[in-house]
Design a protein around this ligand. Structure first.
Ligand SMILES: Nc1ncnc2c1ncn2[C@@H]1O[C@H](COS(=O)(=O)NC(=O)[C@@H](N)CS)[C@@H](O)[C@H]1O
Length: 434
């Protein structure tokens, strides 16, 4: 993308309403724009990151054996009456009446709908186990939306749902997702710690929240220091096979959110291994048995022909919240530092003297060699403004090209995360960026 033609509304000053760094930087870098309380428009660069984050989530869901579907955002109220959640979901639910006066709602989650869809398909135990997921917008009428997309009202969630013939099968599905979550966040350069958690309005008796440690996090968490050292991608490079070694490893040390904190277990941990921190909940998984299948009449014929009520679980990831979490975990006073895996573009090509033949030629050569993976700052701006914008937006690489370097065919490459600078030929610079 040529910046001289880009829609990239960066802001010079920090917006007053933004209290945490990720909210400030997402507005200043022109990634999002608030359209009403807790509801945002996604601008070109923000949308590119949202799509890259979604793609990593999608890959790991597919690897875990879940199948992608896409359910609607608007749901009929009767589904929620069947499960008994319509009343007790409370004011967070955005209720809508259509032109025929039918009661509808903008879905805050999809347990009821996916159970209803699966019910139309599953007849026999042979139709299990199945896991279905979608990446879809949700609406929760938070009384105090804040911190930008961290706690929005309309937000993007990956929600998966598993169906098994019995509790043992359901726990296996849970463990497959547990491992998939560890891998998903690790691939985004995040250290997500699985914590025993409350089940809240979703229900059930087994639940883990995946928390990114950050001082601006809303959750207070308690964990064993060892958990900060584990590297799940090294432990489980393929993400296939039996998840148990990884799951047992990650549940072998104490880790709990405030609601589930157990003082006795905590006191048994040596003081030097106790870590108390604040964190951001980026994912939450639940096993809740027949909480939805039973009231909604989902049954399948068991092996001996008698009806069996399938056991279920649901598994959520805050896809839009992840952008804020990634920024909270990776930024400095100049701006965002994107991990390579989710950056909007791999490289910003900064032409220090547009109009200089050698500089223009080398920039065009580099730009042409990185189709779809580079922005070219060809604006008639002074160098300082280009450096500041590239640091703010946080591309992993900056290719700095001025007349003197270009005359020698040299590209100065700067690594955003470390500030390291390299003087390279075009070929060597390309090898680094790719
Ligand atoms: N208001 C919100 N804004 C942004 N992300 C949110 C919001 N509420 C929840 N999330 C994200 O969505 C994830 C899943 O939400 S949840 O309520 O915990 N779980 C569910 O809704 C289950 N149905 C999982 S399928 C959370 O871990 C969090 O990362």
């Amino acid at each position: 993308m040529r910046l001289s033609r880009a829609f990239l509304p960066t802001l010079k000053e920090t917006p007053a309403e933004a209290q945490i760094v990720s909210h400030r930087l997402m507005l200043r870098a022109g990634l999002i724009r608030q359209t009403s309380a807790g509801i945002y428009a996604w601008l070109p660069l923000g949308l590119r990151v949202l799509r890259k984050v979604s793609e990593i989530v999608r890959q790991e869901q597919d690897l875990a054996g879940a199948q992608e579907i896409l359910m609607p955002t608007v749901q009929p109220a009767e589904l929620w009456r069947e499960s008994g959640r319509y009343e007790d979901y409370g004011k967070e639910m955005l209720r809508i009446t259509d032109r025929h006066d039918r009661e509808m709602l903008y879905g805050p989650t999809n347990e009821e709908m996916v159970t209803d869809i699966f019910k139309g398909y599953a007849k026999s135990y042979r139709d299990l186990p199945r896991s279905l997921y979608h990446i879809q917008w949700k609406f929760r009428d938070e009384i105090r939306p804040r911190f930008g997309v961290m706690r929005g009202r309309e937000f993007l969630m990956k929600d998966a749902y598993s169906f098994d013939i019995d509790a043992e099968g359901a726990r296996k599905s849970y463990r497959l997702m547990f491992r998939a979550y560890l891998r998903t966040f690790a691939r985004m350069g995040l250290k997500a710690i699985p914590m025993q958690a409350d089940t809240g309005p979703i229900g059930g008796d087994l639940s883990h929240e995946f928390i990114i440690l950050a001082e601006t996090g809303e959750s207070v968490v308690y964990l064993h220091k060892d958990l900060l050292e584990f590297d799940v991608l090294a432990q489980d490079p393929t993400g296939t096979g039996d998840p148990s070694p990884v799951v047992d490893f990650w549940t072998s040390r104490y880790a709990a959110t405030d609601e589930k904190h157990d003082e006795a277990a905590w006191d048994a941990i040596p003081a030097e291994a106790q870590v108390t921190a604040r964190g951001i909940e980026v994912g939450h998984i639940f096993y809740f048995g027949t909480k939805y299948s039973k009231p909604m009449g989902l049954t399948v014929a068991g092996p001996d022909g008698t009806p069996v009520v399938p056991e279920m679980g649901s598994y959520g990831i805050g896809v839009s919240r992840l952008l804020a979490a990634i920024i909270e975990a990776g930024h400095d006073e100049e701006g965002i530092i994107w991990p390579d895996a989710v950056a909007p573009y791999a490289c910003a090509i900064l032409n220090l003297k547009p109009g200089d033949a050698a500089a223009d030629a080398l920039c065009e050569q580099l730009y042409a060699a990185l189709p779809g993976e580079a922005v070219y700052d060809d604006r008639p701006e002074r160098a300082g403004a280009k450096f500041a914008d590239a640091d703010l937006i946080g591309y992993p690489w900056q290719a700095i090209i001025g007349p003197r370097g270009a005359a020698k065919g040299v590209v100065e490459l700067k690594r955003r995360a470390t500030g390291e600078r390299l003087e390279l030929s075009l070929e060597d610079a390309l090898a680094k960026i790719r």
